[in-house]
Design a protein. Structure first.
Lengths: 182, 779
């Protein structure tokens, strides 16, 4: 049954992985089935719903539209990489909890990854810009309003943290311990 | 109240936001094989021959099953039978297919890639039969038959009547008409359907364990047991984390049977995860109905008579009977006083995916009819649309209100409680309706087309027959709550914990709620019809009270005092006069288990601090809502933008306002999808034209506006906490309010907007036609 397998190596959430996969295997399936990281969800497999969004070399991608072999030698961040090494929630995750930004939770990992990248690009967004920024992720439960509220709150927290980080970094030099730097 | 009614953050969230949810596709059971289905490309065809051999030879394929394997399979049971219904239910692997997407063959393989490769290798010789898909065609005298053994496509023909609608309509000084063409939509949870079935042969009899993305594990257990001819005792159905459902996962499908059956055949666990295209062509649809309706009113706008003729598409089968059109037909009067009412409903079979309840379940259609007729009457009489509604609403002092109709359960339809006028007034206030009306005129002078829509509706929630709960105090002092419900995002683990926390007066963190497993509570029905808060909430409330009484009885014996002198708080039972005399709940739980074998149980209670109770409500508790929407239409492109949206709900006593508000917002967004974007389209031969999310438009964050949500609380007298359902009511008034607003925006063209979804292309067509007629001078 071992047909035409290719060896790939990736860094996922700061950790090195190797896997032998068929060239046709989707990145979403590699992440879920080969690496066992099931936080990345598959909702449509044709690139519309956004549930499978991960950060690939610094950019959000729908992992159902990328082959695993295309991600060879890449850096991938999934929802499991959002919390820090001590398990402390990322401010975005905290904000989704605080603002009731999820119901069934199935689209949530993809929304979090899109929003995470969006806030890196635009740390002070308007509500309209947030709506635009997460429009590639379908949610059937929330009606999006609480998601927008959550991203707004996360932006505030991150900006606050950033200014206090700069202060404390000046004093002692800190390391965030997160796979993702926002 | 200390916990009930508080906007407590959800207990489940930390797990889900870390990516630690366990949905069907995430379960890791060693040796699990994957299933895939070959589905019919024809809407109606006979299978003359099928070649499975090439597929069977593919390395990695474990088994391939086709129609020959299914000759002795039973058809799915008829749920919700009705005296007027000619029921046809689906038979797994039948040799005649009745809609595009029906399973024809099944492959079980080592992984899904191989299973799908094998599907490609199956050759089928079909004899296409004439198919019918659309309502206009299906009703025709010489229409192709959706099922060859039937005499016509009519699945059911029934009527509802109050008073003498025909006579009253004749007498009415003002009569208006409206037609409605309501499209078909998909429930579309972001997690598709899925199932993992595993047989265990280590016991006295083979036992089946099924993990399923289901809303109704108990229903699934009973149907699986029946079809697989095993005892229910040997079937356990578990719903792990479920990624949304909205009705799609309340149904029992042939795949549910086939995966469980195949797991027995191959003697290994088998999992099937539906893909999105399969979802579009095999998971239930809803909404599709045509109506021709008339309203007769007095000169001051009081309703005299409502008459409606309904055609409802039910697709190829009736998995949930004709619940949807029945619901529509009994709820057209809604929150309004309708002395004379008549509805004639014809439900048709077509060669399309079956229709069964999607969030709202026939009620959004019902809310359209009379609200839009009232718009026409208001226009004709020169009355404000809000005012004509106010004049016709059932008043606060008229409850309990008998509509004169029979309810779904065959009993007279009675609305238990409500204050519809207050709900309407709050909506008018929150939306700044009066200001918008002024602004509408100013905008009009600037060449902008703004429309304001208003709709009031009701939902009959908290249906029977019953749900249950077991409540237990653990020796750690923690409270365990087991329920017959299943959750797909509703936050039961939090709201139900709040109910128990209230009774025991312990923090919500001390209460652990578990559900979605037939192994936890013997009987149950399922999470649908906005019933869990009312039914399970009440069952937990009752069971908790009983456990509390038992705990106090033990404490009274231990402290040697009268029961009345005791209270329970923060994990202790204590004497009110002397709070230092106290016993912890954990200790009481320990006492309730007896000392050690051979001793006599010392207390006058049944052993164990545990009680199971069920709640069977005497009738549905009825919610009320009013929505007001402001839309703007670009007169050139006819693009529709929602400028403002307000929704005021009476969901009775709220368990958790944060969660109820979330339910309402989500419901509205589903309603906006139905009203403006989503439509499953079949061509006349039954080919599905919208099988991907490229063709089927699910609203994104850019289409759904911020919404202003208000609540009015009228407690229901039908349960001790005064609760009403909240899961679906958000969805119900939306199509009516949007259609109303769009027509209002284009008032000067005097067009009638009759379609749902309302699409820019239709509006452009209507406007073009109107301009041509005007230009030609014909009026």
């Amino acid at each position: 049954m071992q047909r035409n397998l290719k060896k790939i190596a990736m860094t996922v959430n700061g950790k090195a992985y190797t896997a032998s996969v068929e060239p046709r295997m989707l990145l979403s399936d590699v992440i879920r089935d080969e690496l066992g990281l099931t936080g990345t969800h598959v909702g449509c497999e044709h690139g519309i719903c956004g549930a499978c969004t991960v950060i690939l070399d610094g950019r959000p991608v729908r992992s159902c539209l990328v082959f695993g072999v295309q991600a060879d030698q890449s850096d991938v961040i999934t929802v499991e990489g959002l919390a820090d090494s001590n398990g402390e929630l990322h401010p975005l995750q905290e904000a989704f909890w605080e603002k009731h930004g999820l119901q069934c939770g199935f689209c949530t990992p993809g929304v979090l990854m899109s929003a995470c990248h969006f806030l890196q690009q635009n740390p002070n967004p308007s509500r309209e810009e947030i709506r635009e920024g997460i429009s590639g992720n379908l949610c059937r439960c929330t009606g999006y309003q609480n998601i927008v509220d959550a991203v707004e709150l996360a932006a505030e927290t991150l900006n606050k943290n950033k200014s206090s980080d700069t202060e404390s970094a000046k004093e002692q030099g800190v390391h965030s311990g997160r796979a993702v730097n926002v | 109240m200390k916990y009930i009614g508080k906007p407590i953050k959800r207990k489940i969230d930390p797990r889900l936001i870390r990516g630690d949810g366990r949905y069907i596709a995430d379960l890791n059971i060693p040796g699990t094989l994957c299933a895939a289905f070959l589905r019919s490309p024809h809407a109606h065809a006979r299978i003359l021959g099928i070649d499975l051999e090439q597929a069977r030879k593919l390395p990695g394929v474990v088994a391939v099953f086709g129609p020959d394997d299914g000759t002795d399979f039973d058809s799915l049971p008829v749920l919700f039978p009705h005296p007027k219904l000619v029921p046809v239910t689906q038979r797994p692997l039948d040799s005649i297919v009745h809609h595009v997407g029906e399973p024809v063959a099944m492959v079980v393989a080592l992984n899904r890639y191989i299973a799908e490769d094998a599907i490609e290798l199956i050759k089928v010789d079909y004899e296409p039969l004439r198919a019918v898909a659309q309502l206009d065609d299906a009703i025709k005298f010489d229409a192709p038959l959706a099922h060859q053994h039937l005499e016509s496509n009519v699945a059911a023909h029934f009527q509802q009547s109050v008073g003498d609608a025909k006579a009253a309509m004749k007498e009415a000084p003002v009569v208006v008409h409206h037609r409605f063409k309501i499209g078909r939509v998909s429930c579309l949870p972001i997690e598709t359907r899925g199932l993992l079935a595993k047989w265990d042969y280590n016991g006295a009899e083979p036992a089946l364990e099924v993990f399923a993305a289901t809303q109704s594990q108990h229903e699934m257990r009973s149907i699986l047991a029946k079809l697989l001819k095993v005892s229910e005792t040997n079937v356990r159905v578990i719903a792990p984390d479920v990624g949304g459902a909205f009705g799609a996962k309340a149904i029992f499908y042939v795949e549910d049977f086939l995966v469980s059956w195949a797991a027995r055949m191959v003697k290994a666990p088998v999992r099937w995860i539906e893909d999105r295209m399969e979802h579009m062509m095999s998971s239930i649809h809803e909404r599709e109905q045509y109506h021709e309706a008339s309203l007769g009113v007095t000169n001051d706008g009081k309703i005299l008579s409502v008459m409606d003729k309904m055609l409802a598409n039910n697709g190829a089968y009736v998995p949930w009977g004709i619940i949807v059109p029945i619901m529509t037909s009994t709820l057209i009067p809604g929150p309004y006083k309708v002395p004379n009412y008549f509805c004639d409903a014809t439900v048709l079979y077509t060669n399309t995916v079956p229709l069964a309840p999607f969030r709202g379940a026939g009620r959004p259609q019902a809310a359209l009819i009379l609200n839009r007729l009232l718009d026409q009457a208001a226009e004709k009489l020169g009355i404000d649309p809000v005012e004509i509604r106010r004049r016709n609403l059932i008043q606060e002092d008229e409850f309990p209100y008998r509509t004169g109709l029979m309810s779904r359960d065959g009993k007279p339809q009675i609305y238990d409680s409500g204050n519809y006028a207050k709900v309407l007034s709050e909506a008018v206030e929150i939306s700044k309706y009066t200001e918008w009306r002024k602004r509408q005129q100013e905008y009009r002078k600037q060449g902008r087309y703004i429309g304001i829509g208003v709709a009031s509706a009701i939902e009959n929630t908290g249906f029977g027959s019953f749900e249950g709960a077991t409540v237990r105090i653990e020796i750690t002092g923690d409270i365990t709550v087991l329920t017959s419900a299943a959750t797909q995002g509703q936050g039961h683990e939090t709201t139900f914990a709040q109910v128990a926390a209230e009774v025991f007066d312990v923090p919500v963190e001390k209460v652990n709620v578990r559900e979605g497993d037939t192994g936890l509570v013997t009987y149950g029905t399922g999470t649908f019809a906005s019933r869990m808060g009312v039914l399970v909430g009440t069952a937990i409330y009752k069971a908790s009270q009983a456990v509390k009484d038992k705990a106090k009885a033990i404490a009274a014996a231990k402290l040697n005092c009268a029961l009345e002198l005791l209270e329970m708080k923060d994990g202790y039972v204590f004497m009110v006069d002397e709070p230092s005399k106290r016993i912890s709940l954990g200790e009481l739980a320990h006492e309730a288990r007896g000392l050690f074998p051979g001793t006599t149980f010392p207390y006058h209670i049944t052993p164990g601090l545990e009680v199971t109770d069920y709640f069977a409500p005497e009738a549905a508790s009825v919610t009320g809502m009013t929505d007001i929407a402001v839309v703007e239409i670009d007169p050139n492109s006819c693009a529709i933008k929602i400028l403002d949206y307000t929704s005021v709900h009476d969901n009775g006593k709220l368990l958790n306002p944060l969660i109820v508000k979330g339910q309402v917002q989500g419901g509205i967004s589903n309603g906006i999808g139905t009203a403006l974007y989503e439509e499953i389209v079949y061509d006349r031969q039954g080919q599905l034209l919208t099988s991907t999310l490229m063709d089927y438009l699910v609203p994104s964050s850019c289409e759904i506006p911020d919404m202003k949500i208000g609540h009015v609380e009228t407690p229901s007298p039908l349960n001790p906490l005064g609760m009403k359902g909240a899961g679906e009511s958000g969805t119900i008034p939306v199509p009516a309010v949007i259609q109303s607003a769009v027509e209002d925006a284009l008032r000067e063209w005097n067009i009638k907007v009759e379609n749902i979804p309302v699409k820019p292309a239709q509006l452009r067509e209507l406007l073009r036609h109107k301009k041509q007629v005007t230009a030609s001078g014909i009026r």
